[in-house]
Design a protein around this ligand. Structure first.
Ligand code: FMN
Length: 422
């Protein structure tokens, strides 16, 4: 029998030559090859949602880079996101990307409001797919927190230079007079004063989300996440602290505050029917006092209303809730620590056992990440800052948990210990 030719197999169908990884980078080897993979930690068990299989449960949390060219991704994004694809994460969620220009947080935020923004994103998606990694995008509208300065423009690292306010004024590429929210309540005194959205404004934003989804289809994303957290537009509609409207979109009635976010999510679901839809929420405003007063009136956004909201999201077919917190109340007081937001994810999971729930927030240690998943508190973990510090986190986690996973062919010599058969 002739010997099989030994070739450096290319990734089939890729637009450039890339060596094929078998299995994918960050995927556990079959137990027939590595007996130690017989009982895989949850972190490395695949997850399939709407026919999309994530090879492990380590997801890159969306991270604004303040580096876009009028909403267009650049090669910074290719390198930043591409670096995660070559280092074994299960999924990458691209940063908050505005569906209308005035929905950017800062002038250099990412966007998906026009067709010219498709090509640079498609290039990133093609690269990430060629490395066997799933990639999606967080669609967003910053609401009353729009037109603000990028962090390092607001204050430099040694803090020898600090801007007087958060606002990006017109001569700083901002649009402070076109900032919108549910009510005319600014996030803080040094933020722009929002205009209360009219019915027409609400429709316009909803339509913009639908148009952005159409662009997502052309780009070939594997999933979409709707940003409904951190005090941005949808969260500000959900919370009674920021939404004091007296029409069908607001006020004390929970049903009214849910209306716009839910309708937008349902419309997105109807046009993004075949692939996973994630929703990121803030499970609490972290304001002082209870979520509901003794008078029975909701005082701030919290876990009880979040449970109701997630139940409604489940009904319209949302596939995953990415559970964050805060960002809507400037005086929030948060006690942080390893996995500090996991109890919220756990509460949502308990209330809605069939919903896939993601935990995020200071998840840094592989063993604690694994314990959150194996104890059923959440189904996946999203990491941000730890992945900035250590983009190889998935591989280091595999090493620590004793799992044999595939490093990129090109990097294998740095990970010999990970793939050694013993
Ligand atoms: C640089 C940076 C940019 C961020 N940008 C976004 C964003 O675009 N959308 C979002 O929902 N959260 C954003 N976040 C929040 C993270 O996704 C994450 O929820 C938060 O940092 C807590 O996780 P961590 O402790 O792993 O960093 C950002 C965080 C960082 C550090």
């Amino acid at each position: 029998m002739p010997a099989e030719p030994c070739v450096n197999t290319p990734v089939p169908g890729a637009d450039q030559y890339y060596p094929l990884n078998t299995p994918d980078i960050g995927e556990a080897f079959p137990p027939e090859l590595y007996a130690r993979n017989k009982d895989l930690p949850k972190l490395f068990q695949p997850l399939t949602l709407k026919g999309v299989t994530f090879k492990n449960r380590i997801f890159v949390s969306p991270m604004c880079q303040y580096s876009s060219d009028y909403g267009h991704a650049t090669d910074w994004h290719l390198v930043h996101l591409g670096g995660y694809a070559t280092r074994g994460v299960g999924a990458i969620c691209i940063e908050a990307s505005a569906v209308v220009p005035e929905g950017r947080i800062s002038p250099e935020d990412a966007g998906l409001w026009t067709d010219s923004q498709i090509a640079p994103l498609q290039r990133i998606v093609n690269f990430v797919h060629a490395q066997g990694t799933k990639i999606g995008i967080q669609l967003a509208h910053a609401g009353r927190k729009a037109s603000t300065l990028a962090p390092w423009v607001h204050s430099n690292a040694p803090r020898t230079k600090v801007a007087k306010s958060q606002v990006a004024h017109e001569d700083e590429n901002g649009w402070p007079d076109q900032v919108y929210g549910p009510s005319e309540i600014p996030f803080a005194s040094d933020y722009p004063k929002p205009k209360a959205m009219t019915e027409e404004d609400i429709q316009y934003v909803e339509d913009a989300f639908v148009s952005a989804v159409e662009r997502c289809k052309k780009i070939g994303f594997d999933f979409i996440e709707l940003h409904m957290a951190h005090g941005y537009l949808f969260h500000s509609f959900l919370s009674p602290l920021s939404n004091v409207r007296s029409d069908v979109y607001g006020g004390p009635a929970l049903e009214n505050r849910l209306r716009f976010p839910l309708r937008a999510a349902a419309r997105v679901r109807s046009v993004w029917a075949d692939k996973p839809l994630f929703v990121r929420i803030s499970a609490t405003d972290w304001a002082e006092g209870p979520e509901k007063g003794e008078d029975g009136v909701w005082k701030q956004w919290g876990i009880e209303q979040s449970k109701v909201f997630v139940g409604e999201c489940e009904k319209i077919g949302v596939d995953l809730i990415d559970c964050s917190s805060g960002g809507n109340w400037a005086a929030q007081k948060i006690t942080v620590g390893e996995g500090y937001q996991v109890p919220f994810a756990e509460a949502l999971k308990k209330a809605h056992p069939n919903m896939i729930v993601g935990a995020v927030g200071m998840i840094t240690l592989p063993r604690s990440a694994e314990s959150f998943l194996s104890s059923g508190k959440a189904d996946v973990v999203f990491l941000a800052r730890e992945l900035i510090r250590n983009p190889h986190w998935a591989l280091t986690a595999a090493k620590e948990l004793g799992v044999a996973v595939k490093p990129a062919n090109q990097y294998e010599r740095g990970w010999a210990e990970l793939v050694i058969r013993h």
